[in-house]
Design a protein around this ligand. Structure first.
Ligand SMILES: CC(C)(COP(=O)(O)OP(=O)(O)OC[C@H]1O[C@@H](n2cnc3c(N)ncnc32)[C@H](O)[C@@H]1OP(=O)(O)O)[C@@H](O)C(=O)NCCC(=O)NCCS
Length: 171
């Protein structure tokens, strides 16, 4: 990532850009299993739920433009899962392959460690090689592959669940 980029917490002013980045993949990719656009109202609630719980929503800010975002979400409301979170990450198509995803994912793992989480989960559609490679390179290990979990763009897609074990060392 160039030195004109920085990672910072998202603000409500970033929500239209966050939504636009996400909705591009809703339309074009099995990376997300949403089939219809997330609305501004839905996205505002999404942001409030996370920030209200102290969960990170981070953006990569590239000279004023949002190049991508990452967040952590609760894995489950059941209390024993309290230190397990789920990561989501989306990079604007025009900014892919330039290190933005790596920078955001590393930053959110540092936040997860700071917040004393124990496990970070990532559910990756099995055909998404870049995402699998990114997560593996950051120390996520494959925990299981679930067959035909969603149907999108005319095909059934498997989901690979990866875990980052924060009690173990590494990036
Ligand atoms: C997957 C995604 C988050 C990666 O972000 P990115 O900014 O494009 O990736 P980076 O440039 O930071 O590269 C990080 C690593 O990802 C992997 N990667 C990136 N592009 C790749 C490609 N075209 N093919 C294979 N691996 C790739 C590599 O391991 C790379 O590390 P390296 O550069 O040291 O080889 C991004 O492409 C994206 O948003 N994809 C669509 C949505 C999605 O799949 N989201 C994840 C849902 S879990």
């Amino acid at each position: 990532m160039g030195h004109h980029s920085s990672i910072r917490p998202a603000t409500t002013a970033d929500l239209p850009a966050i939504n636009a980045i996400y909705n591009f993949y809703v339309d074009t990719s099995p990376a997300t299993f949403d089939l219809t656009h997330t609305t501004p109202g839905w996205r505002a609630e999404w942001y409030a739920e996370r920030t209200g719980r102290g969960l990170p929503v981070l953006v990569a800010d590239t000279t004023g433009e949002v190049a991508g975002w990452v967040c952590l979400s609760p894995w489950s409301p059941k209390a024993a899962y309290a230190r397990t979170v789920d990561e989501s990450i989306y990079i604007a198509d025009a900014f892919r392959g330039r290190g933005v995803g790596r920078a955001l994912s590393s930053a959110v793992l540092a936040e997860a460690r700071r917040l004393d989480f124990h496990v970070v989960m990532a559910g990756v559609t099995a055909c998404q090689e870049p995402s699998l490679a990114l997560h593996r390179s950051l120390g996520f290990v494959e925990a299981g592959r679930y067959a035909h979990m969603g149907c999108k763009l005319g095909a059934w897609h498997d989901v690979v669940w990866l875990q980052r074990h924060l009690w173990q060392s590494g990036d």
